[in-house]
Design a binder for this molecule. Structure first.
Ligand code: SF4
Length: 397
């Protein structure tokens, strides 16, 4: 992880929170404080966001975007509202009923395709230090889920009318008892800052008592060692976002390399964590079949198949304005070379035939090399599900 250039807080009361003190101690311990650090600066977040947005266009690529500059600033503050929500999914696409906890926004990594570049209004890397509030909200959600399971009311869902209708037809009594999947990787990488914040360990301990809850930590890092002391691990699934090594090297800047992710996954499996892989976003590139097949083969040789709880497959998708942002930052990226189309949900994706071909291929790789490992598609339409996987989502995770 790179050293931050500034540490900021929203007011002096922030330093009273144990999480803020722990983070500052860890930054010092890992030598990540700014070179000229004396104490955190008190800032107005809205004004700072405007300042970064104004400054960014004058910076040299790839720092010429506010979200890039925001990665250099760690901002500690509190949040008064809800920390959890059901993954918003996307209209007309099936949704896996994932719940997200937003405790951090922005990410020290810098993937070329990262949607945060079109999403974050406040670009600083922000961590909410009122951890007790988030933990009590998450525990409340989990308790409600356990109660709903007891009365048979928990079930599958889908975003959009098409998705809901399709999934309603596929719901089974098994699906109606699916555990609650909850995770922290929506507005940041779950583990990139975790050795500094220590948040995942606190969350995992707080959720250990709920038998039907799975906490997923999604990452492109190799940061697992700080989690090894957890008293229970089997309710925690560490999910690695994967791509072939050449694509990671070219497009996933600052992240752990392919071999480092595989090594971390093997270690985590051995320690008793559940493991997930997300081949998402798959990127169309010259020789993609060989690249992806070799990657699947390598990770399945290293990670015990019985530890793999699920594998998701998805294609590159983005808001139309991401393309010009990404090209301004990295003009030589081949990310946008393949023909694409804007879908009903307003996102650009590869043409349906190409997506179906890519997803079918990956599903076949897993089917042949690790039969029994559950695969699903992320944010895809009913016809693509049917063609690529030959089935609809219908099982509990
Ligand atoms: S790891 Fe995720 S959140 Fe971080 S830069 Fe990459 S895509 Fe964005």
């Amino acid at each position: 992880m790179k050293r931050f250039s500034r540490i900021t807080i929203s007011g002096p009361e922030i330093l009273e929170y144990p999480a803020a003190r722990r983070i500052l101690e860890n930054l010092r311990r890992y030598d990540l404080l700014p070179y000229d650090y004396a104490k955190p600066e008190i800032i107005d977040a809205a004004a700072e966001s405007q300042r970064l947005a104004f400054k960014a266009p004058r910076m040299a690529a790839p720092r010429n975007h506010a979200v890039a500059l925001g990665k250099e600033v760690l901002h500690l503050t509190t949040h008064a509202g809800a920390f959890t929500k059901q993954c918003p999914g996307t209209n007309h696409m099936l949704c896996c009923q994932y719940h997200v906890i937003n405790m951090v926004s922005n990410c020290p990594f810098d993937c070329s395709y990262c949607y945060l570049q079109t999403y974050l209004n406040q670009p600083m890397t922000t961590f909410y230090v009122n951890e007790d509030d988030v933990i009590s909200q998450v525990r409340e959600l989990c308790a409600r889920h356990e109660a709903a399971l007891a009365t048979g009311l928990a079930g599958v869902s889908a975003a959009g009318a098409a998705g809901r209708a399709a999934v309603a037809g596929a719901a089974t009594s098994k699906a109606a008892k699916r555990p609650l999947r909850i995770g922290t990787g929506e507005l940041s990488d779950s583990l990139a800052l975790d050795p500094i914040t220590g948040f995942s360990s606190r969350l995992a301990e707080a959720l250990a008592e709920f038998p039907n809850v799975r906490l997923e930590l999604k990452t492109k890092s190799k940061n697992v060692e700080h989690l090894m002391g957890l008293s229970r691990k089997d309710h925690v699934v560490i999910g690695w976002s994967m791509n072939p090594p050449a694509i990671i090297d070219a497009e996933e800047h600052g992240t752990a390399r392919f071999s480092e992710r595989v090594r971390a996954a093997a270690l985590a499996a051995e320690a008793g964590f559940g493991i997930a892989f997300h081949f998402d976003p798959m990127i169309h590139a010259e020789g993609w079949q060989d690249l992806y097949r070799d990657s699947v083969k390598t990770l399945l040789e290293r990670v015990p198949h019985e530890a793999i709880r699920w594998v998701s497959i998805g294609g590159l998708r983005y808001q139309p304005r991401l393309k010009s942002i990404a090209l301004k930052r990295r003009s030589n990226t081949p990310l946008f070379a393949e023909d694409s189309v804007t879908g009903e949900d307003g996102k650009v994706r590869y043409l349906r035939g190409k997506r179906t071909e890519m997803f079918q291929f990956m599903n076949k790789c897993f089917g042949e090399l690790a039969p029994g490992v559950y695969t699903y598609l992320c944010m895809e339409s009913v016809p693509v599900w049917e063609k690529a996987l030959g089935r609809m989502p219908e099982r509990g995770f």
